[in-house]
Design a protein around this ligand. Structure first.
Ligand SMILES: Cc1ncc(C[n+]2csc(CCOP(=O)(O)OP(=O)(O)O)c2C)c(N)n1
Ligand SMILES: [Mg+2]
Length: 272
């Protein structure tokens, strides 16, 4: 199997697990995670320096999930990459599970931060980037932010300080699905021209299709060695990607599928 095909299969397995997790929990967020599956497959299979058997390895790249409600994608990717047994995914959102509905470092290794309160991840990542520089460490900080988070002032304070401090070890990537909890981002609080806003702040910005595995790989490779400023990849994604009745529907931001809907979703994913 070619490397691209292998990563596409990994992404599909992530999607299957997301559906099973959110259905079993009877609550949670399926849409964002499905939209991020291809990007997380590329990260865990190809881009991140990491050791699933040693989650706290000092040399690891840091992956910050600022939009914490999408954690099902990260948990599924981590389980499939060997951090913990895939069966554990079905404990998602159980009060006793390490797999909390919003990620918590208190219960789980292999995360860099707790998250769920939106808007904080980019700021925190500037701190991690400065810390790495001070300690002369050459790992990178990869930070997932959402478009909804760009309605939060703190994101823009971080965007400004990252450029001021020239944190070129920080690579942010955005889940640009044009959806947030209340509907279309441009109707709730217009964000466009979003990539140009980051460019105006001084970021190295590229735009890419968040569902084209080869393109996702080359996007990360393109920005990895950029010097002098932080980088942002704006990935155009489809919320609910891979499950026809969920695609582009804000409703699936935070609604669990019923058992019948799960069956339909899994049928579509098995054959894709
Ligand atoms: C500080 C803060 N304010 C509000 C919320 C409630 N909230 C949860 S998800 C969400 C929408 C965020 O948009 P986005 O991340 O783009 O959502 P998605 O694309 O995954 O649907 C909101 C407002 C929150 N979690 N944190
Ligand atoms: Mg969004």
């Amino acid at each position: 199997m070619s490397e691209i095909k292998e990563i596409e299969k990994f992404a599909n397995d992530i999607r299957i697990n997301i559906i099973k997790m959110v259905t079993a929990a009877k609550s949670g967020h399926p849409g964002g995670p499905l939209g991020l599956a291809d990007i997380f497959a590329v990260l865990y299979k190809k881009i991140l320096k990491h050791k699933p058997q040693d989650p706290n390895w000092e040399g690891r790249d840091r992956l910050v999930l600022s939009n914490g409600h999408t954690c099902a994608v990260r948990y599924a990717a981590m389980a499939l990459a060997g951090y913990f047994p895939v069966e554990d995914l079905l404990t998602f959102r159980d009060i006793k599970s390490r797999l909390q509905g919003h990620p918590s470092t208190r219960y789980m290794e292999g995360l860099e931060t707790s998250s769920g309160s939106l808007g904080q991840g980019l700021s925190l990542s500037v701190g991690l980037a400065l810390g790495a520089r001070l300690k002369n460490e050459n790992h990178k900080i990869y930070t997932c932010i959402s478009d909804g988070e760009c309605g939060e002032g703190m994101t823009w304070e971080a965007a400004q300080s990252a450029v001021h401090f020239k944190t070129d070890n920080l690579i942010a990537f955005m889940d640009r699905n044009f959806i947030q909890i209340d509907g279309n981002t441009e109707e709730v609080m217009r964000l466009e021209p979003l990539p140009d806003k980051f460019r105006a702040f001084g970021w190295n910005v590229i735009e890419a299709d968040g569902h084209d595995v080869a393109g996702i790989i080359s996007s990360f490779e393109k920005v990895q060695n950029h010097k002098g400023s932080p980088s942002l990849i704006v990935f155009r994604t489809t919320i609910g990607k891979g499950v026809s009745y969920m695609e582009n529907q804000a409703k699936w931001h935070g609604t669990p599928p019923s058992k019948e809907q799960e069956e339909v979703a899994l049928k579509e994913l098995v054959h894709s």
